[in-house]
Write a protein that binds this ligand. Structure first.
Ligand SMILES: [Fe+2]
Length: 189
């Protein structure tokens, strides 16, 4: 389950319907999809076959022509350089569509005042419309596996805004990868 935050007003939403309606107001689709189609260690090809119904439906919904599976691990070569491409505010000329199979990360979305951050994890589907100002980074375990959809793979490059807003926010994750105060206090953060 994702966690949606509006840090400027100290607001956190961690229920599915609340996240869906708040993100819909920003033009972003959020859905929870089943994870039981494939084993966690299934190959990319097996994932694409197992989720072919959802993949095809999403293609119809958004005019996407291809889908693939991205698999990022701490040992992925040039991981820091890869992450640095996307952790500064940018837009794309096509939608950014992700279904998270494993790992966790945070999307930040620029608002009129401040940001909304969405920590995504396994089972979360997010569809961010083209032109949305956002940035993304991984949680502490530096792991993400996701199905991606493309209208045109060449269009999915970051167009940086250069606003610098991304430097004002700590990419803190509070999900399973986070081992800070929640462990110490026993409280759910
Ligand atoms: Fe992006």
């Amino acid at each position: 389950m994702a966690v949606l935050r509006f840090p400027e007003v100290n607001r956190t939403i961690d229920n599915e319907s609340g996240i869906r309606s708040e993100l819909a107001a920003l033009g972003i689709d959020y859905e929870r999809w089943t994870l039981d189609r494939v084993a966690t260690n299934a190959s990319a090809d097996a994932v694409l076959v197992a989720y072919s119904m959802e993949i095809d439906e999403m293609k119809r919904r958004g005019g996407y022509v291809t889908a693939d599976v991205i698999d990022v691990k701490p040992e992925t070569p040039n991981l820091d350089a890869m992450l640095a491409k996307f952790d500064k505010e940018h837009t794309h000329s096509e939608d950014e569509v992700r279904f998270i199979l494993a790992g966790r990360g945070i999307f930040f979305f620029a608002l009129e005042n401040g940001v909304a951050s969405v920590e995504v994890g396994p089972g979360d589907m997010l569809r961010v419309p083209r032109g949305t100002r956002h940035w993304f980074t991984l949680c502490e375990d530096r792991r993400i596996r996701a199905i991606r959809w493309f209208q045109d793979t060449s269009g999915w490059t970051p167009n940086y805004t250069g606003s610098g807003i991304d430097t004002h926010y700590q990419p803190l994750c509070f999900g399973p990868a986070y081992l800070g105060p929640r462990v110490a206090s026993g409280l759910r953060v």
